[in-house]
Design a protein around this ligand. Structure first.
Ligand SMILES: Nc1nc2c(ncn2[C@@H]2O[C@H](COP(=O)(O)OP(=O)(O)OP(=O)(O)O)[C@@H](O)[C@H]2O)c(=O)[nH]1
Ligand SMILES: [Mg+2]
Length: 442
Protein backbone atom coordinates (compact mmCIF):
# COMPACT_ATOMS: atom_id res chain seq x y z
CA UNK A 1 0.00 0.00 0.00
CA UNK A 2 1.25 3.52 -0.66
CA UNK A 3 2.35 5.26 2.51
CA UNK A 4 1.43 8.95 2.67
CA UNK A 5 2.07 11.69 5.15
CA UNK A 6 -0.56 14.36 5.91
CA UNK A 7 0.50 16.63 3.08
CA UNK A 8 0.56 13.76 0.60
CA UNK A 9 -2.86 12.61 1.71
CA UNK A 10 -4.44 16.05 1.32
CA UNK A 11 -2.91 16.45 -2.13
CA UNK A 12 -4.09 12.97 -3.05
CA UNK A 13 -7.68 13.88 -2.06
CA UNK A 14 -7.52 17.09 -4.10
CA UNK A 15 -6.26 15.06 -7.03
CA UNK A 16 -9.02 12.50 -6.69
CA UNK A 17 -11.80 15.11 -6.39
CA UNK A 18 -10.67 17.42 -9.19
CA UNK A 19 -13.12 17.46 -12.07
CA UNK A 20 -12.53 20.53 -14.18
CA UNK A 21 -9.42 20.80 -16.27
CA UNK A 22 -8.33 23.77 -14.18
CA UNK A 23 -8.52 21.83 -10.93
CA UNK A 24 -6.87 18.78 -12.47
CA UNK A 25 -3.95 20.83 -13.73
CA UNK A 26 -3.45 22.48 -10.37
CA UNK A 27 -3.82 19.24 -8.40
CA UNK A 28 -1.28 17.56 -10.66
CA UNK A 29 1.13 20.44 -10.18
CA UNK A 30 0.75 20.20 -6.40
CA UNK A 31 1.28 16.44 -6.54
CA UNK A 32 4.33 16.88 -8.73
CA UNK A 33 5.90 19.44 -6.43
CA UNK A 34 5.23 17.21 -3.46
CA UNK A 35 6.65 14.13 -5.16
CA UNK A 36 9.70 16.00 -6.35
CA UNK A 37 10.86 16.25 -2.78
CA UNK A 38 10.26 12.59 -2.19
CA UNK A 39 11.98 10.81 -5.01
CA UNK A 40 12.82 7.35 -3.82
CA UNK A 41 14.37 4.33 -5.44
CA UNK A 42 11.57 1.98 -6.32
CA UNK A 43 11.34 -1.48 -7.77
CA UNK A 44 9.12 -1.51 -10.82
CA UNK A 45 6.86 -4.34 -11.96
CA UNK A 46 9.74 -5.89 -13.88
CA UNK A 47 11.75 -6.12 -10.68
CA UNK A 48 14.27 -3.46 -11.78
CA UNK A 49 15.12 -0.52 -9.60
CA UNK A 50 14.57 3.01 -10.75
CA UNK A 51 13.90 6.42 -9.25
CA UNK A 52 10.26 7.31 -9.14
CA UNK A 53 7.40 7.88 -6.80
CA UNK A 54 5.31 4.75 -7.07
CA UNK A 55 5.89 1.07 -6.68
CA UNK A 56 7.75 -0.78 -4.00
CA UNK A 57 9.76 2.00 -2.45
CA UNK A 58 13.05 2.06 -0.67
CA UNK A 59 14.50 5.40 0.35
CA UNK A 60 18.17 5.56 -0.53
CA UNK A 61 20.72 8.16 -1.31
CA UNK A 62 21.76 8.72 -4.89
CA UNK A 63 25.11 7.15 -4.08
CA UNK A 64 23.32 3.87 -4.00
CA UNK A 65 23.48 3.24 -0.27
CA UNK A 66 21.51 0.18 0.63
CA UNK A 67 21.81 -1.26 -2.81
CA UNK A 68 24.57 -3.68 -2.05
CA UNK A 69 24.07 -7.23 -3.18
CA UNK A 70 21.09 -6.47 -5.36
CA UNK A 71 22.83 -5.68 -8.59
CA UNK A 72 22.40 -1.94 -8.21
CA UNK A 73 25.41 -0.33 -9.84
CA UNK A 74 26.71 2.48 -7.71
CA UNK A 75 26.67 5.71 -9.72
CA UNK A 76 23.91 4.64 -12.06
CA UNK A 77 21.43 6.19 -9.65
CA UNK A 78 22.58 9.70 -10.34
CA UNK A 79 21.72 9.41 -14.00
CA UNK A 80 18.37 7.88 -13.29
CA UNK A 81 17.64 10.47 -10.62
CA UNK A 82 18.58 13.31 -12.95
CA UNK A 83 16.35 11.85 -15.62
CA UNK A 84 13.42 11.74 -13.20
CA UNK A 85 14.07 15.29 -12.11
CA UNK A 86 14.16 16.49 -15.66
CA UNK A 87 10.89 14.74 -16.46
CA UNK A 88 9.27 16.35 -13.44
CA UNK A 89 10.56 19.77 -14.37
CA UNK A 90 9.43 19.43 -17.98
CA UNK A 91 5.99 18.42 -16.84
CA UNK A 92 5.89 21.23 -14.30
CA UNK A 93 6.75 23.83 -16.90
CA UNK A 94 4.08 22.45 -19.18
CA UNK A 95 1.50 22.59 -16.37
CA UNK A 96 2.56 26.10 -15.39
CA UNK A 97 2.08 27.42 -18.89
CA UNK A 98 -1.40 25.90 -19.04
CA UNK A 99 -2.28 27.30 -15.62
CA UNK A 100 -1.02 30.65 -16.78
CA UNK A 101 -3.58 30.52 -19.58
CA UNK A 102 -6.27 29.77 -17.00
CA UNK A 103 -5.19 32.76 -14.92
CA UNK A 104 -5.24 35.05 -17.93
CA UNK A 105 -8.67 33.88 -18.98
CA UNK A 106 -10.05 34.19 -15.48
CA UNK A 107 -8.71 37.73 -15.25
CA UNK A 108 -10.45 38.62 -18.50
CA UNK A 109 -13.68 37.06 -17.29
CA UNK A 110 -13.52 38.95 -14.04
CA UNK A 111 -12.88 42.20 -15.81
CA UNK A 112 -15.83 41.60 -18.13
CA UNK A 113 -18.12 40.75 -15.21
CA UNK A 114 -17.03 43.82 -13.33
CA UNK A 115 -17.65 46.04 -16.33
CA UNK A 116 -20.92 44.79 -17.73
CA UNK A 117 -21.80 41.39 -16.28
CA UNK A 118 -25.17 42.41 -14.82
CA UNK A 119 -28.40 41.89 -16.71
CA UNK A 120 -28.78 45.67 -17.10
CA UNK A 121 -25.30 46.05 -18.50
CA UNK A 122 -23.81 47.23 -15.23
CA UNK A 123 -21.02 45.61 -13.29
CA UNK A 124 -21.63 42.38 -11.45
CA UNK A 125 -20.18 41.93 -7.97
CA UNK A 126 -18.63 38.63 -6.92
CA UNK A 127 -19.02 37.31 -3.39
CA UNK A 128 -16.51 34.59 -2.50
CA UNK A 129 -17.75 32.01 -0.01
CA UNK A 130 -14.77 30.75 1.96
CA UNK A 131 -14.28 28.60 5.02
CA UNK A 132 -12.90 25.46 6.57
CA UNK A 133 -13.53 22.27 4.68
CA UNK A 134 -16.94 20.73 5.41
CA UNK A 135 -18.34 23.94 6.94
CA UNK A 136 -21.25 23.88 4.49
CA UNK A 137 -20.11 26.36 1.82
CA UNK A 138 -21.48 24.47 -1.17
CA UNK A 139 -24.76 23.72 0.59
CA UNK A 140 -25.10 27.39 1.47
CA UNK A 141 -24.29 28.63 -2.04
CA UNK A 142 -26.77 26.11 -3.47
CA UNK A 143 -29.48 27.30 -1.09
CA UNK A 144 -28.84 30.98 -1.77
CA UNK A 145 -28.79 30.53 -5.53
CA UNK A 146 -31.42 27.83 -5.75
CA UNK A 147 -28.99 25.55 -7.51
CA UNK A 148 -27.52 22.19 -6.73
CA UNK A 149 -23.79 22.17 -6.15
CA UNK A 150 -22.12 18.99 -5.05
CA UNK A 151 -21.84 18.76 -1.29
CA UNK A 152 -20.89 15.85 0.89
CA UNK A 153 -19.90 15.06 4.43
CA UNK A 154 -16.25 14.58 3.64
CA UNK A 155 -13.08 16.60 3.34
CA UNK A 156 -12.54 18.69 0.23
CA UNK A 157 -15.76 17.75 -1.50
CA UNK A 158 -15.26 20.89 -3.59
CA UNK A 159 -12.02 21.32 -5.44
CA UNK A 160 -13.40 23.00 -8.54
CA UNK A 161 -14.47 26.61 -8.13
CA UNK A 162 -18.06 27.31 -9.11
CA UNK A 163 -19.98 30.50 -9.75
CA UNK A 164 -23.69 30.77 -9.09
CA UNK A 165 -25.90 33.80 -9.47
CA UNK A 166 -28.22 35.07 -6.77
CA UNK A 167 -30.49 38.08 -6.49
CA UNK A 168 -30.20 40.20 -3.37
CA UNK A 169 -33.21 41.77 -1.65
CA UNK A 170 -32.44 45.10 -3.36
CA UNK A 171 -32.73 43.45 -6.76
CA UNK A 172 -29.00 43.55 -7.35
CA UNK A 173 -27.68 40.43 -8.96
CA UNK A 174 -24.42 38.98 -7.65
CA UNK A 175 -22.25 35.99 -8.34
CA UNK A 176 -21.52 33.66 -5.46
CA UNK A 177 -18.21 31.90 -5.80
CA UNK A 178 -18.01 28.51 -4.11
CA UNK A 179 -14.45 27.39 -3.74
CA UNK A 180 -12.08 24.93 -2.10
CA UNK A 181 -12.25 24.57 1.65
CA UNK A 182 -9.25 25.29 3.81
CA UNK A 183 -7.68 23.26 6.59
CA UNK A 184 -5.10 23.89 9.30
CA UNK A 185 -1.63 23.94 7.78
CA UNK A 186 -2.88 23.77 4.24
CA UNK A 187 0.06 22.31 2.29
CA UNK A 188 2.09 25.05 0.69
CA UNK A 189 2.25 23.07 -2.55
CA UNK A 190 -1.53 23.30 -2.78
CA UNK A 191 -1.70 26.99 -2.02
CA UNK A 192 0.90 27.65 -4.68
CA UNK A 193 -0.54 25.32 -7.29
CA UNK A 194 -4.12 26.51 -6.77
CA UNK A 195 -3.09 30.04 -7.56
CA UNK A 196 -5.65 30.43 -10.37
CA UNK A 197 -8.52 29.24 -8.18
CA UNK A 198 -7.54 31.18 -5.08
CA UNK A 199 -7.12 34.34 -7.09
CA UNK A 200 -10.90 34.40 -7.40
CA UNK A 201 -11.07 34.77 -3.62
CA UNK A 202 -8.46 37.52 -3.57
CA UNK A 203 -10.22 39.42 -6.32
CA UNK A 204 -13.77 39.02 -5.01
CA UNK A 205 -15.69 42.14 -4.01
CA UNK A 206 -16.79 40.64 -0.71
CA UNK A 207 -15.90 37.58 1.37
CA UNK A 208 -18.38 35.46 3.28
CA UNK A 209 -16.66 33.22 5.82
CA UNK A 210 -18.71 30.12 6.60
CA UNK A 211 -18.06 28.45 9.95
CA UNK A 212 -19.43 25.14 11.15
CA UNK A 213 -20.91 26.32 14.44
CA UNK A 214 -21.10 22.73 15.67
CA UNK A 215 -17.38 22.05 15.24
CA UNK A 216 -15.64 21.45 18.57
CA UNK A 217 -12.52 23.25 17.32
CA UNK A 218 -14.38 26.23 15.90
CA UNK A 219 -11.85 28.85 17.00
CA UNK A 220 -9.00 26.84 15.54
CA UNK A 221 -10.87 26.52 12.26
CA UNK A 222 -11.55 30.24 12.12
CA UNK A 223 -7.90 31.05 12.73
CA UNK A 224 -6.79 28.55 10.10
CA UNK A 225 -9.03 30.15 7.49
CA UNK A 226 -7.93 33.67 8.35
CA UNK A 227 -4.34 32.55 8.15
CA UNK A 228 -4.80 31.11 4.65
CA UNK A 229 -6.64 34.23 3.51
CA UNK A 230 -3.77 36.36 4.68
CA UNK A 231 -1.29 33.96 3.10
CA UNK A 232 -2.87 34.19 -0.34
CA UNK A 233 -2.86 37.96 -0.21
CA UNK A 234 -6.39 39.03 0.73
CA UNK A 235 -6.14 42.67 1.73
CA UNK A 236 -6.67 43.75 5.32
CA UNK A 237 -9.54 45.88 4.14
CA UNK A 238 -11.35 42.90 2.68
CA UNK A 239 -10.74 40.88 5.82
CA UNK A 240 -12.24 43.68 7.88
CA UNK A 241 -15.21 43.87 5.58
CA UNK A 242 -15.86 40.12 5.73
CA UNK A 243 -19.18 38.62 6.86
CA UNK A 244 -19.12 35.61 9.15
CA UNK A 245 -21.75 32.92 8.82
CA UNK A 246 -22.29 30.55 11.72
CA UNK A 247 -23.73 27.67 9.78
CA UNK A 248 -25.30 24.39 10.89
CA UNK A 249 -27.15 26.28 13.61
CA UNK A 250 -29.86 23.60 13.41
CA UNK A 251 -27.42 21.20 15.07
CA UNK A 252 -27.06 23.62 17.97
CA UNK A 253 -30.80 23.77 18.34
CA UNK A 254 -30.98 20.01 18.37
CA UNK A 255 -28.44 19.93 21.16
CA UNK A 256 -30.31 22.61 23.07
CA UNK A 257 -33.46 20.58 22.86
CA UNK A 258 -31.66 17.48 23.99
CA UNK A 259 -30.32 19.51 26.88
CA UNK A 260 -33.75 20.86 27.83
CA UNK A 261 -35.13 17.36 27.77
CA UNK A 262 -32.45 16.12 30.13
CA UNK A 263 -32.74 19.13 32.46
CA UNK A 264 -36.51 18.79 32.71
CA UNK A 265 -36.21 15.20 33.75
CA UNK A 266 -35.81 15.58 37.51
CA UNK A 267 -35.20 11.90 38.00
CA UNK A 268 -32.42 11.84 35.49
CA UNK A 269 -29.22 10.80 37.14
CA UNK A 270 -26.79 11.76 34.42
CA UNK A 271 -26.53 15.54 34.72
CA UNK A 272 -22.95 15.30 33.60
CA UNK A 273 -24.13 13.99 30.27
CA UNK A 274 -26.51 16.93 29.97
CA UNK A 275 -23.82 19.53 30.39
CA UNK A 276 -21.57 17.69 27.97
CA UNK A 277 -24.29 17.71 25.38
CA UNK A 278 -24.77 21.44 25.62
CA UNK A 279 -21.63 23.39 26.30
CA UNK A 280 -23.67 26.62 26.21
CA UNK A 281 -25.19 25.58 29.51
CA UNK A 282 -21.83 24.84 31.03
CA UNK A 283 -20.70 26.56 34.22
CA UNK A 284 -17.89 28.58 32.74
CA UNK A 285 -20.16 30.31 30.24
CA UNK A 286 -17.28 30.52 27.82
CA UNK A 287 -18.13 27.83 25.36
CA UNK A 288 -17.18 28.05 21.72
CA UNK A 289 -20.71 27.20 20.76
CA UNK A 290 -22.99 30.03 19.75
CA UNK A 291 -26.23 30.20 21.63
CA UNK A 292 -29.23 29.00 19.67
CA UNK A 293 -31.35 31.89 18.45
CA UNK A 294 -34.85 32.08 19.80
CA UNK A 295 -35.95 34.50 17.15
CA UNK A 296 -34.47 32.89 14.09
CA UNK A 297 -36.67 33.46 11.14
CA UNK A 298 -37.04 30.58 8.76
CA UNK A 299 -36.85 32.83 5.77
CA UNK A 300 -37.99 31.89 2.36
CA UNK A 301 -35.33 32.29 -0.27
CA UNK A 302 -36.07 35.53 -1.96
CA UNK A 303 -33.77 35.16 -4.87
CA UNK A 304 -31.85 32.79 -6.97
CA UNK A 305 -32.09 31.15 -10.28
CA UNK A 306 -32.14 27.65 -11.36
CA UNK A 307 -28.93 26.93 -13.15
CA UNK A 308 -28.44 24.22 -15.69
CA UNK A 309 -25.54 21.90 -15.09
CA UNK A 310 -23.34 20.14 -17.49
CA UNK A 311 -21.40 17.04 -16.56
CA UNK A 312 -18.72 17.73 -19.07
CA UNK A 313 -16.13 19.56 -17.07
CA UNK A 314 -13.11 18.35 -18.86
CA UNK A 315 -12.13 20.73 -21.57
CA UNK A 316 -12.30 24.04 -19.82
CA UNK A 317 -8.94 25.30 -20.81
CA UNK A 318 -8.79 24.01 -24.34
CA UNK A 319 -12.14 25.60 -25.04
CA UNK A 320 -11.09 28.92 -23.65
CA UNK A 321 -10.93 31.67 -26.19
CA UNK A 322 -9.88 35.14 -25.29
CA UNK A 323 -11.72 36.58 -28.26
CA UNK A 324 -15.11 35.43 -27.11
CA UNK A 325 -15.77 36.04 -23.48
CA UNK A 326 -19.09 34.27 -23.40
CA UNK A 327 -17.34 31.12 -24.44
CA UNK A 328 -14.54 31.47 -21.96
CA UNK A 329 -16.58 30.49 -18.94
CA UNK A 330 -16.34 26.86 -17.96
CA UNK A 331 -19.31 24.67 -18.57
CA UNK A 332 -20.89 25.38 -15.25
CA UNK A 333 -20.43 29.07 -15.65
CA UNK A 334 -21.97 28.88 -19.07
CA UNK A 335 -25.07 27.70 -17.30
CA UNK A 336 -24.95 30.92 -15.38
CA UNK A 337 -24.53 32.94 -18.53
CA UNK A 338 -27.28 31.42 -20.55
CA UNK A 339 -29.73 31.19 -17.68
CA UNK A 340 -28.58 34.04 -15.57
CA UNK A 341 -26.52 37.10 -15.56
CA UNK A 342 -25.99 37.75 -19.24
CA UNK A 343 -29.55 37.03 -20.28
CA UNK A 344 -31.94 39.90 -20.17
CA UNK A 345 -35.07 40.25 -18.11
CA UNK A 346 -35.16 37.16 -15.94
CA UNK A 347 -34.20 37.22 -12.34
CA UNK A 348 -35.25 40.80 -11.82
CA UNK A 349 -36.33 41.95 -8.41
CA UNK A 350 -39.91 41.34 -7.39
CA UNK A 351 -42.02 43.31 -4.97
CA UNK A 352 -41.98 40.39 -2.57
CA UNK A 353 -38.25 40.48 -2.50
CA UNK A 354 -38.27 44.13 -1.58
CA UNK A 355 -40.64 43.40 1.27
CA UNK A 356 -38.26 40.73 2.47
CA UNK A 357 -35.57 43.31 2.52
CA UNK A 358 -37.18 45.60 5.04
CA UNK A 359 -38.03 42.67 7.28
CA UNK A 360 -34.43 41.58 7.00
CA UNK A 361 -33.24 44.95 8.20
CA UNK A 362 -35.22 44.79 11.37
CA UNK A 363 -33.75 41.43 12.15
CA UNK A 364 -30.30 42.62 11.25
CA UNK A 365 -30.51 45.59 13.59
CA UNK A 366 -31.72 43.39 16.42
CA UNK A 367 -28.86 41.07 15.79
CA UNK A 368 -26.31 43.81 15.72
CA UNK A 369 -27.24 44.87 19.20
CA UNK A 370 -26.50 41.41 20.52
CA UNK A 371 -23.44 40.67 18.47
CA UNK A 372 -20.91 41.58 21.11
CA UNK A 373 -22.47 39.07 23.46
CA UNK A 374 -22.27 36.42 20.79
CA UNK A 375 -18.62 37.13 20.17
CA UNK A 376 -17.92 36.78 23.85
CA UNK A 377 -19.36 33.31 23.62
CA UNK A 378 -18.05 32.17 20.28
CA UNK A 379 -14.73 33.86 19.99
CA UNK A 380 -13.18 33.94 23.42
CA UNK A 381 -9.79 32.82 22.23
CA UNK A 382 -10.17 33.40 18.58
CA UNK A 383 -8.39 35.57 16.07
CA UNK A 384 -8.76 39.26 16.79
CA UNK A 385 -10.39 39.76 13.38
CA UNK A 386 -13.45 37.92 14.63
CA UNK A 387 -14.18 40.58 17.19
CA UNK A 388 -15.33 43.03 14.53
CA UNK A 389 -16.89 40.79 11.93
CA UNK A 390 -20.65 41.02 11.46
CA UNK A 391 -22.23 37.60 11.52
CA UNK A 392 -25.37 35.72 10.65
CA UNK A 393 -26.51 32.39 12.03
CA UNK A 394 -27.73 30.07 9.34
CA UNK A 395 -28.75 26.58 8.55
CA UNK A 396 -28.09 25.91 4.90
CA UNK A 397 -30.23 22.80 5.30
CA UNK A 398 -33.37 24.27 6.90
CA UNK A 399 -33.07 27.76 5.39
CA UNK A 400 -32.82 29.62 8.69
CA UNK A 401 -30.98 32.92 8.39
CA UNK A 402 -30.52 32.85 4.61
CA UNK A 403 -32.67 35.90 3.94
CA UNK A 404 -30.84 37.73 6.66
CA UNK A 405 -27.53 36.82 5.07
CA UNK A 406 -28.67 38.14 1.68
CA UNK A 407 -29.69 41.42 3.33
CA UNK A 408 -26.30 41.72 4.98
CA UNK A 409 -24.47 41.02 1.70
CA UNK A 410 -26.64 43.61 0.02
CA UNK A 411 -25.82 46.20 2.62
CA UNK A 412 -22.09 45.46 2.60
CA UNK A 413 -21.88 45.77 -1.18
CA UNK A 414 -23.82 49.03 -1.09
CA UNK A 415 -21.75 50.71 1.57
CA UNK A 416 -18.27 49.49 0.88
CA UNK A 417 -16.08 51.74 -1.10
CA UNK A 418 -14.23 50.39 -4.07
CA UNK A 419 -11.81 48.00 -2.55
CA UNK A 420 -8.21 48.19 -3.35
CA UNK A 421 -6.91 45.42 -5.50
CA UNK A 422 -5.55 42.41 -3.66
CA UNK A 423 -1.85 42.14 -3.21
CA UNK A 424 -1.73 38.77 -4.98
CA UNK A 425 1.13 39.05 -7.40
CA UNK A 426 -0.05 38.18 -10.87
CA UNK A 427 3.49 37.45 -11.94
CA UNK A 428 3.93 34.93 -9.19
CA UNK A 429 5.48 31.62 -10.20
CA UNK A 430 6.72 28.71 -8.14
CA UNK A 431 10.49 28.95 -7.76
CA UNK A 432 12.27 27.51 -10.74
CA UNK A 433 15.37 26.28 -8.95
CA UNK A 434 15.62 22.75 -10.12
CA UNK A 435 17.38 20.96 -7.35
CA UNK A 436 15.88 22.45 -4.25
CA UNK A 437 14.20 20.09 -1.88
CA UNK A 438 15.12 16.72 -3.39
CA UNK A 439 15.12 14.24 -0.56
CA UNK A 440 17.83 12.09 -2.05
CA UNK A 441 21.36 13.10 -1.26
CA UNK A 442 23.95 13.43 -3.93
N1 LIG B 1 -27.12 19.89 9.83
C1 LIG B 1 -26.58 20.67 8.87
N2 LIG B 1 -25.75 20.10 7.97
C2 LIG B 1 -25.22 20.91 7.01
C3 LIG B 1 -25.52 22.29 6.94
N3 LIG B 1 -24.83 22.81 5.90
C4 LIG B 1 -24.15 21.80 5.33
N4 LIG B 1 -24.37 20.65 6.01
C5 LIG B 1 -23.81 19.32 5.72
O1 LIG B 1 -22.40 19.41 5.92
C6 LIG B 1 -21.71 18.57 4.99
C7 LIG B 1 -20.68 19.39 4.26
O2 LIG B 1 -21.36 20.33 3.44
P1 LIG B 1 -20.67 20.98 2.15
O3 LIG B 1 -21.63 21.99 1.62
O4 LIG B 1 -20.16 19.93 1.23
O5 LIG B 1 -19.44 21.69 2.85
P2 LIG B 1 -18.26 22.51 2.15
O6 LIG B 1 -17.90 23.61 3.08
O7 LIG B 1 -18.64 22.89 0.76
O8 LIG B 1 -17.11 21.42 2.15
P3 LIG B 1 -15.82 21.29 1.18
O9 LIG B 1 -16.24 21.52 -0.22
O10 LIG B 1 -15.34 19.92 1.44
O11 LIG B 1 -14.84 22.32 1.66
C8 LIG B 1 -22.78 17.98 4.06
O12 LIG B 1 -23.08 16.69 4.52
C9 LIG B 1 -23.98 18.91 4.26
O13 LIG B 1 -25.22 18.26 4.08
C10 LIG B 1 -26.42 22.85 7.92
O14 LIG B 1 -26.72 24.03 7.96
N5 LIG B 1 -26.90 21.98 8.86
MG1 LIG C 1 -17.87 22.44 -0.98
Amino acid sequence: KPVLDRVGLIIEIFHAHAQTKEAKLQAELAALMYKRTRLVRVRGPDGRYTFGTTGEAEVVSARGRGSGGRGFISGAGETELQLQRRRILDRRNHLLSQIEDVCRTRALQRAARKRHGGSNGQGLATVAVVGYTNAGKSTLVSALSDSDLYSDDRLFATVDPRLRSAVLPSGKKVLLSDTVGFISDLPVQLVEAFHATLEEVVEADLLVHVLDSSAPNLDEQRSAVLQVLEQIGVSGEKLNNMIEVWNKIDLQEEEMHADEYLDDDEDHEDDVVASELSPVAGDDGASSFPEAEEDDVASELSAGESVEHSDDYNDTVSELSIGNLEETMDDDQQGDISDGWLSSGDGQMTVDDQGGSSMGWKILNDRQSESSEDFRMIGKDSHSQAQHVPHVKTSAVTGVGLQELLVLIDEKLKTQKVLERGSFDRKWRPPRTDDAGIAVEQ
